[in-house]
Design a protein around this ligand. Structure first.
Ligand SMILES: Nc1ncnc2c1ncn2[C@@H]1O[C@H](COP(=O)(O)OP(=O)(O)OP(=O)(O)O)[C@@H](O)[C@H]1O
Length: 288
């Protein structure tokens, strides 16, 4: 057992026993129609996340976000346009046995047919990257998921990042890194030709996912890594708190953060980067 494969951090505790599969599935298109289903469909349409003939690998960590994402895609296949294929992939980085069991039990109850594959990432990170384990782990995890998706003949890999992940990333980049950039809802993988990454939960708020999870009695895998919980977790947590405080005086502040990424005024920007190239606004100043 590595030092990283802990038993997880603070758990999301459900309000009741897990509901039946039928009740959980039904709640998506009834109780959570507005807050979850509608927003999932909005992102699919707005960012053209699905094309005819797509074979999509749904990345399942066992956490609340990716479990919901799996159910959303299954609902879409049942009640929407059935023009795509699905594969569900779960990468085991070297989880603690109890964590792995929780993942398998939840997927069995939720009727998510996962392909579990081992990557040994915790061990590798433990051995060689004690200084920056999270950075290394995230990079290797992405690579392992892309590789598995390709092996299964998929042209898309879906990740469960939601609205709050997106705006927190914008604020973290702005406040700590000093740049203005966001997570994109769809992008081409640079090292895996023909593969695209999609984020279908882009418009779904985390509060709705928590409510869905707790109300349906789902006990998700919260975070299976002690290191991440203690290190990178802190800055994200601070930003989460900051946004929460800002919302007390301006309730749409979160929506404004996302809107800002759609309304960058290039005439009032000092400098920017594109395709690895740096630009300064005075570069073209005299020519205009
Ligand atoms: N071990 C894994 N196997 C497969 N997919 C993973 C794994 N870890 C992460 N992912 C994918 O990457 C996404 C983002 O990972 P992150 O660790 O930030 O999770 P999260 O925000 O806690 O989401 P979740 O609640 O789904 O775990 C997940 O939603 C999932 O789609």
């Amino acid at each position: 057992m590595t030092k990283i494969s802990g038993e997880g951090c603070e758990q999301l505790i459900p309000f009741n026993d897990i509901k039946s599969l039928q009740e959980i599935e039904h709640s998506i298109i009834t109780k959570y129609r507005k807050t979850i289903w509608g927003k999932f469909i909005k992102a699919i349409k707005e960012y053209e996340l699905i094309k005819d003939g797509d074979r999509i690998a749904i990345a399942i960590s066992g956490g609340k976000d990716s479990l919901l994402m799996a159910k959303l895609f299954q609902e879409l296949k049942r009640h929407g346009k059935d023009n795509f294929q699905l594969e569900f992939i779960a990468m085991d980085p070297g989880y603690h046995e109890s964590v792995k069991k929780l993942l398998i039990d939840n997927c069995r109850h939720l009727d998510i047919p996962i392909h579990i594959f081992e990557s040994g990432i915790f061990k590798i990170v433990d051995d060689i990257a004690q200084e920056y384990p999270c950075f290394m782990c995230a990079k290797m995890r992405r690579g392992a998921l892309y590789k598995k998706a390709q092996e299964l003949g998929c042209n898309k890999l879906a990740l469960g990042h939601h609205f709050n992940d997106v705006i927190e990333t914008v604020m973290m980049n702005l406040l700590y890194t000093g740049n203005f950039s966001t997570m994109l809802p769809k992008l081409k993988a640079s090292n895996y030709k023909g593969l695209q990454l999609i984020r279908p939960l882009y418009h779904i708020e985390e509060a709705a996912i928590i409510d869905f999870t707790e109300n349906n009695g789902i006990w998700p895998l919260n975070c299976a890594c002690m290191v991440a919980a203690k290190k990178t977790g802190t800055k994200r947590y601070e930003v989460k708190e900051l946004i929460k405080q800002l919302k007390e005086n301006f309730k749409d502040v979160d929506k404004s953060i996302l809107r800002a990424t759609q309304n960058v005024n290039m005439n009032t920007i000092l400098g920017w980067k594109k395709d690895g190239q740096k630009y300064f606004y005075l570069d073209e100043y005299d020519e205009k």
